[in-house]
Design a protein around this ligand. Structure first.
Ligand code: NAD
Length: 380
C-alpha cells in the first residue's frame, strides 16, 4: 500500500503483473483547466485499460469556480477531500486579471490564493519541474544549435515551503529611513527532506545531483551544503556536485546538457526553474509536481489558465498529460506506464501533430481533444 492515506492499493498475486487501484482528486479549475484535465484523465484511463489499473476520480472546485459557488477559492471540505486522495491532478486557476470580478477582492480571496492554500495545507515542500527539449521543437529553443547539442533533459527540485518567501519580514522607519527586511531561514530537517527527494529522483534518472547554493556568502547555504553532503552518503550510486547560483544561471544557457537533477532552495529554484523552462521554448509542454514527505503529490502544468483561449479547443494538453505521467512515476511507482505516456507524446510530435502554440511549417494542426486522442492511441 502506498499514498498518504493508504487508499492506493496494489492488487496482485505472485507471478501476476502488479495492478493498482488509485484515488485521484482532480481540480479542473478555471479557463483551459477543464479541457486539459479532461485529456489527461483520458490518457490515464487508456493506461489503466492497457496495464490493468483502476483510476478513480473525485472532482473538487478551486479558484474562480469555487469563488462563484462558495465565495472562497478553496473550501476546507475540498482541501480535506484532496488530503484523502493518493494524488491530485490540477489544471490551472485564475481569470483575466485585468478584467474579472474575481480580482475586485482582498488577495486572500482571489483564485490564486487557492493554490497557496492547497500547497500549504498538503505540506507540499518539494517542487519538481522537468525541462526537456524535444528535438522536434528545437526551433522554439532560443539557444544556438551548437549549445543545444543533443538536447537536454533535466529536472529542477525546488524547496517550496521555506527560505526567504516564508521568513520573517518587516518594513519600518529606522532613524528616519524607510527600511525593509526579509529573512532567509532553513533548518537541517527542511534541507534533509528535500535533499532526500532529489536523490530519490536522481536514482530514477541519470544519478547525478547538482546542488545549487550561495555558500560563499550565506550561512543558510553553508548549512544546505553540509546537510546535502550528509544525505549523499546514503546514495553512493549518485554523483553529487555543488554549484554557486550565479554560475548555475550562466551554465543553464551555456551548457544545459550537463544537468540531470538540480537541487536548490526556494528563491533560487523559483528563478532557475523559470530560466530552464524558457530555454525549452514551449510553455504548453512543461509539467510539474509538488510532493510531500509521503508519495502523495499534486501534479499540474507549469502554465496558467490561459483565459484568452479557454473553451475553444485550442489549448495544448501535453503539459498536463506529462504531469499525469509524473504522477504515475512518483506517486504510484508505475515507471513503465509513465514511460509509455512519455513515449506516446514523443511519437505524436515525431509524426508532426501540433497544437497552435507549438505549430510550425509543414506540421499538422490539431485541437486539444484530438491531441489527447492521438496520444491515447499511441499509448502501448
Ligand atoms: P498563462 O500561462 O495562462 O498564459 C500565457 C500565454 O500562454 C497565453 O497567451 C496563453 O494563451 C498561452 N498558454 C498557456 N498555456 C497554454 C496551453 N496549454 N496551450 C496553449 N497556449 C497556452 O499565463 P497568464 O496569462 O499570465 O495568466 C492567466 C491566468 O492564469 C491568471 O489568472 C494567472 O494568475 C493564472 N495562473 C495560474 C497558474 C496556476 O494555476 N498554477 C499559474 C500561472 C498563472
Amino acid at each position: 500500500m502506498i499514498g498518504n492515506n493508504s487508499v492506493c492499493v496494489e492488487k496482485w498475486q505472485e507471478g501476476e503483473e502488479k495492478t493498482m487501484i488509485c484515488r485521484i482528486v482532480t481540480i479542473p479549475g478555471d479557463g483551459i483547466g477543464p479541457e486539459i484535465v479532461g485529456e489527461a484523465c483520458k490518457v490515464l484511463d487508456k493506461v489503466g485499460q492497457i496495464y490493468g489499473h483502476e483510476f478513480h476520480y473525485t472532482e473538487i472546485l478551486m479558484g474562480g469556480c469555487s469563488i462563484d459557488t462558495y465565495g472562497v477559492p478553496l473550501t476546507d471540505e475540498a482541501l480535506e477531500t484532496a488530503r484523502k486522495a493518493d494524488a491530485v491532478l490540477l489544471g490551472a486557476v485564475g481569470g483575466d486579471v485585468g478584467n474579472s470580478r474575481w480580482y475586485d477582492v482582498a488577495p486572500n480571496l482571489r483564485p490564486e490564493a487557492g493554490l497557496l492554500a492547497i500547497r500549504k495545507g498538503l505540506n507540499l515542500f518539494a517542487n519538481i519541474r522537468p525541462a526537456y527539449l524535444y528535438k522536434e521543437l528545437a526551433q522554439a529553443c532560443p539557444l544556438k544549435k551548437e549549445i543545444i547539442g543533443d538536447g537536454f533533459d533535466m529536472v529542477i527540485m525546488r524547496e517550496l515551503t521555506g527560505g526567504l518567501y516564508f521568513g520573517e519580514r518587516c518594513t519600518e522607519k529606522i532613524d528616519g529611513v524607510m527600511t525593509a527586511k526579509d529573512t532567509l531561514t532553513y533548518n537541517e530537517n527542511e534541507i534533509r527532506r528535500i535533499a532526500v527527494k532529489a536523490f530519490d529522483i536522481a536514482m530514477k534518472r541519470k544519478k547525478k545531483v547538482i546542488s545549487v547554493d550561495k555558500a560563499n556568502v550565506l550561512d543558510s547555504s553553508r548549512l544546505w551544503r553540509q546537510v546535502v553532503e550528509e544525505v549523499a552518503g546514503d546514495y553512493p550510486e549518485v554523483e553529487l556536485s555543488h554549484m554557486l547560483v550565479d554560475n548555475c544561471a550562466m551554465q543553464l544557457v551555456m551548457n544545459p546538457g550537463q544537468f540531470d537533477v538540480i537541487l536548490t532552495e526556494n528563491m533560487f529554484g523559483d528563478i532557475l526553474s523559470d530560466e530552464a523552462s524558457m530555454i525549452t521554448g514551449s510553455i504548453g509542454m512543461l509539467s510539474s509536481a509538488s510532493l510531500n514527505e509521503t508519495k502523495f503529490g499534486l501534479y499540474e502544468p507549469s502554465h496558467g489558465s490561459a483565459p484568452d483561449i479557454a473553451g475553444k479547443d485550442l489549448a495544448n494538453p501535453i503539459a498536463t498529460i506529462l504531469s499525469a505521467a509524473m504522477m504515475l512515476r512518483y506517486s504510484f511507482d508505475l515507471d513503465r506506464e509513465a514511460a509509455a505516456v512519455e513515449k506516446a507524446v514523443q511519437k505524436v510530435l515525431e509524426e508532426g501533430y501540433r497544437t497552435g502554440d507549438i505549430y510550425g511549417e509543414g506540421c499538422m494542426k490539431v485541437g486539444t481533444a484530438q491531441m489527447g486522442d492521438l496520444i491515447c492511441a499511441r499509448c502501448i
